[in-house]
Structures are given as C-alpha cells and as structure tokens.
Design a protein around this ligand. Structure first.
Ligand SMILES: NC(=O)C1=CN([C@@H]2O[C@H](COP(=O)(O)OP(=O)(O)OC[C@H]3O[C@@H](n4cnc5c(N)ncnc54)[C@H](O)[C@@H]3O)[C@@H](O)[C@H]2O)[C@H](O)CC1
Ligand code: K
Length: 488
C-alpha cells in the first residue's frame, strides 16, 4: 500500500494553496469526515472532543461544530491564545459561536477526568503529523486519560503521540478507529501500528491530484532552510567538469550552483579555457586540466577533486571528441553523486541500480540517449521517462515546456519556465543548481526542486526582460525564488 511521510504531506498541503484549495477547505473536509464517522457509529450520545493547538486540533474543532446535535463537549488542551494556525483559530472562533460547552485546560490537574468516564465516543485531535519529541503537559496526561476510558476512541489523522514516520515515540493514544487523511502514513504501516491505531480508514479530503504531480512551492521549502550553526562546506561542495570547446557554460553552471546555496563550486576545465572561466567571477575556484579538451590523462587530478566534493556536475561545454567521451565514461563510475548534462550524455553508459546519477537532457539529448523518439506529451511521455529512469538506474529530469522528472518509482512534472528560456545557458544554470540541491538532498527531490526554482527564476527574469532575458538573469533570480518570493 502506498504511504506518505509527514514532510511530503506538508509539501502537498502547501502546493494545494497555490492551486486555490485552501487549508481551511481541507480542514473542513477532514473535520466533516470525523463527524460523519461519529454519526455512523451512533445517532445520539455523549461525545468528548480533545483538541490540541495545531491543525489536528483544528480538524477536531470542525468535527465538533458538525456534532452540535449530540451531547458533545470540546476540551482544548492548551490556551486558546496559543492556537497556532490561522485555520485552527478560525474554526475555534466559529466553535465559540455555537452552544457547545468548551473547556480550556492548561494544567494536567484541571483535566476533567470524571467528564470522560461515561463518554460514548472520544475524538482524539491532540496531535497529528506535527508531533515532536517528548510529550509535554497537559497533553501527556490527556493521552493517559483517553487511554483509561472505556469510550470508543476515534483518532484524527494519527493517534496523538504516535510518530507518523515510523520513528520511536514516547506514548500515544490507543484508538479503536483512526481516520487518516489523503494517504496512509508511513508509521501506520509499521508492525505495531494497529495496537495504537485500531482500524485504519484512509479519508479523501479533496487534495487535487495536481498538488502531488506538479512540483510546487511546498517541494522547494526543505531546500531553503539551514541550521544557524552550519559550518563551511556543509551546504555542499560542487565540482563542475566542463569547458574546452566552450568557456561560458561551466561558469554558468558553477554560478547556478552557488546561487542555489552551494558553499563551494569548483570548475575543473581544460587549460585553454580555465583562465577565461576564472576571469568571469571571483566566486569561482578553477582547476586547470592538461590540454584543450578533457582527456583520460586528466583522470588522476579529477579523481582527487571528486573526493573533495559532494556532487559532480559534468558535461557543459566539454565537446564530443573521442578522447573526451572516453574520459567521461571513466569518470562517471568514480562519482558517488553526479549530474550529467549536455555532451556527457552518452548512450548506453548508465549502470543499472546507480540511483545517484541525475541526467538532465532536453528532448533531442533524450532521443540520443534512449535511441528512440520521445512521446510529445501526456501520459506516454511520463511513462517513457519513468521507464528510462527505471531501466537505467538514474533519475531523469527531461527538460521541456513541461519538465518531467522521475526516479523510476515516482514521476512528477514542473510547469514553471517560459519561452524566453530557450536562450543559451539556462540549461547549464539548471545543471549547476541541481548539483547544489543534490549535495544536500536525495536525487529525485533535488531534481524536482531544481526544475521548479530554475523555471520560476526564469519567470521573474521574463517579467523584467521579456524575450531578452539572459541565463545570468536566471542565476540572479534563484535566491529570490528560494528565499523571498511568494511562489504561487
Ligand atoms: N496535511 C493536510 O493536508 C491536512 C492536515 N490537517 C491536519 O493537520 C495536522 C498537522 O497539523 P500541525 O499543525 O502541523 O501539527 P499538529 O496539530 O499535529 O501538532 C502541532 C501542535 O502540537 C504542539 N506539539 C508538538 N509536539 C508536542 C509535544 N511533544 N508536546 C506538546 N506539544 C507538542 C506544537 O507546538 C503545535 O502547537 C494533520 O495531522 C491533520 O490532522 C488539516 O487540517 C487538513 C489538511
Ligand atoms: K490525533
């Protein structure tokens, strides 16, 4: 059964907002489904609703509002001033306008244990996917009280305290029924989950398919955060192997990597272009290779550089002489993580099972790599990319009007970008940016985020320069997309 992590769920949630489906709507659907489960179980009776200060509590507030005709009481575990999100606050205010009794509990000693004794149903909305670490008071005692009751317990999304990602946890509600939203959670598939969750039902809360299939702002969020205590190099060291035939392409890739957050971008380039590349920017470290093009004799130097970097980005501006292609073939197996672009995209060279290679072809390069025509669009194109990724053991980022990204297991698409980006160099920027993101995250997530960020930076450049935009304008807008812009 397909299951989802809490971080992916949060990303999808964020993507929904951009598609016009607000969190408030999802919360309404979630809470309505919980109330329906109560109505299905009994037509009248005593219901106690435990709600926390996060969105799980918000779902419980909605459920309570839909149970006005029952003998229902809401226990807010925490101060109403501390209700964390706008959506949950909105639903608390709506609840205050009903005739339902609302009890606020800030200390474990004031939890009304006697009220719970003869409850028929308890709704458990203390924590959902946002639970972290040791359970504090009064939540901890609230969990104990629920577990000590004889009522039928319905947990909202996950039993409160239970780790949605399958990690160890301190204590959790033991539910009879868990209504989990959108998809099964990874933790609910672990072997002792049923002890806590009881029967598990997956509830559709109206998340559009597009929120999962199209890369959105939620998917780039994890790439925009960094610990304040980070040390030099921790954000990624990227080695660009390119140039010889050209000099601008590897420089654009390196600058794309730096704007994408890499701490270090080193360019290993043939001697004929190395000084030119260095002269483009003082931010670049350039290591000259032996001659006018990459050759096998350069491999000892390159091998040493690979060991000092997290990711290799290779191909841009290399040229396609036999000697260069022979060198490329020998370099790829030396890399633990590689982004392969442009001239380094050589047919038949990706070892199956090596998931730490991202290839970034456009349609023409994809045709060369696969030896067949790429379907124009639709499901056929997605399946084509997915099959290629699976059979070659790589992650594919196929560039196009709509980019398709797949690691062979999953496929997503990216809609950012514009026709102004057909200008030379934007693909080099994307390759470098992909390398920077790949240094810190897995191949598929990095490729998805890079496609979105590069396209959105291109859209910002288009707003300023129209069809006169340059690859360097895309580079300059990368941080705005990652750190400043509302990307909806
Ligand atoms: N994913 C969706 O599309 C939807 C999800 N909904 C519901 O939202 C919750 C997740 O909400 P979130 O606000 O992120 O987190 P929680 O409500 O689970 O909890 C956060 C809350 O709890 C406090 N807290 C966390 N850990 C502890 C602890 N150890 N001790 C004490 N307090 C703790 C924290 O400070 C916060 O205040 C999801 O499960 C769904 O139920 C949407 O409503 C519908 C769409
Ligand atoms: K819960």
């Amino acid at each position: 059964m397909e299951a989802i992590t809490s971080s992916r769920m949060a990303a999808i949630d964020e993507n929904c907002e951009c598609l016009g489906v607000k969190k408030l709507q999802l919360m309404e659907n979630a809470g309505t489904a919980v109330a329906s489960a109560v109505k299905k179980k009994m037509s009248s009776g005593k219901v106690i609703i435990f709600a926390g200060r996060g969105n799980n509590g918000g779902d419980a507030f909605v459920a309570a509002r839909h149970l006005e005709n029952y003998d229902a009481t809401v226990i807010l575990v925490g101060r109403k001033e501390d209700i964390r999100t706008q959506e949950a606050r909105h639903n608390w205010i709506a609840l205050e306008k009903t005739g339902l009794p609302l009890i606020r509990v800030t200390e474990s000693t004031t939890l009304p244990g006697s009220l719970i004794k003869n409850a028929d149903i308890i709704i458990d909305g203390i924590f959902g996917t946002g639970v972290k670490g040791k359970i504090h008071e009064p939540e901890s005692t609230a969990i104990d009280i629920i577990n000590g009751s004889n009522a039928f317990v319905i947990s909202v999304d996950v039993p409160s305290g239970f780790d949605p990602d399958g990690n160890s946890f301190e204590k959790a509600v033991r539910a009879d029924l868990t209504l989990t939203f959108h998809k099964m959670k990874v933790g609910l598939l672990t072997k002792d989950a049923a002890k806590y969750a009881g029967e598990i039902q997956v509830i559709d809360i109206g998340i559009p398919r597009e929120a999962e299939f199209f890369v959105g702002p939620g998917d780039i969020k994890p790439f925009s955060v960094r610990r304040s205590s980070s040390h030099k190099g921790e954000a990624g060291k990227v080695l660009i192997i390119g140039g010889g035939a050209f000099s601008g392409a590897p420089a654009l890739a390196a600058l794309g990597a730096l704007r994408g957050g890499a701490d270090i971008a080193t360019v290993a380039a043939p001697k004929n272009v190395s000084a030119i590349i260095a002269s483009f920017s003082p931010n670049l470290i350039v290591r000259p290779l032996s001659g006018d093009s990459l050759v096998e004799e350069d491999i000892p130097v390159i091998s040493g550089l690979i060991k000092k970097h997290d990711v290799v980005v290779m191909g841009m501006g290399l040229g396609t002489t036999d000697g260069t292609l022979a060198a490329v073939r020998k370099i790829i197996p030396l890399c633990s993580k590689a982004v392969i672009d442009a001239d380094a995209l050589i047919p038949g060279m990706f070892p199956s099972g090596n998931k730490d290679v991202i290839v970034t072809p456009h349609a023409g390069e994809m045709r060369r790599l696969s030896g067949t025509d790429v379907p124009a669009d639709g499901k056929e194109k997605v399946d084509f990319v997915k099959n290629f990724a699976l059979s070659n053991g790589v992650t594919v980022l196929l560039k196009g009007v709509i980019d398709i990204i797949s690691d062979g297991a999953e496929a997503r698409a990216n809609r950012t970008g514009n026709a102004g980006m057909t200008v030379g160099g934007t693909g080099d920027v994307l390759a470098g940016l992909t390398g920077a993101l790949f240094a810190r995250h897995n191949a598929f997530e990095a490729a998805c985020a890079a496609a979105f960020i590069n396209g959105a930076a291109g859209d910002m450049a288009f707003a300023e320069f129209g069809y006169g935009l340059l690859a360097t304008d895309v580079i300059d807008n990368i941080p705005k997309v990652m750190y400043e812009r509302d990307n909806c």
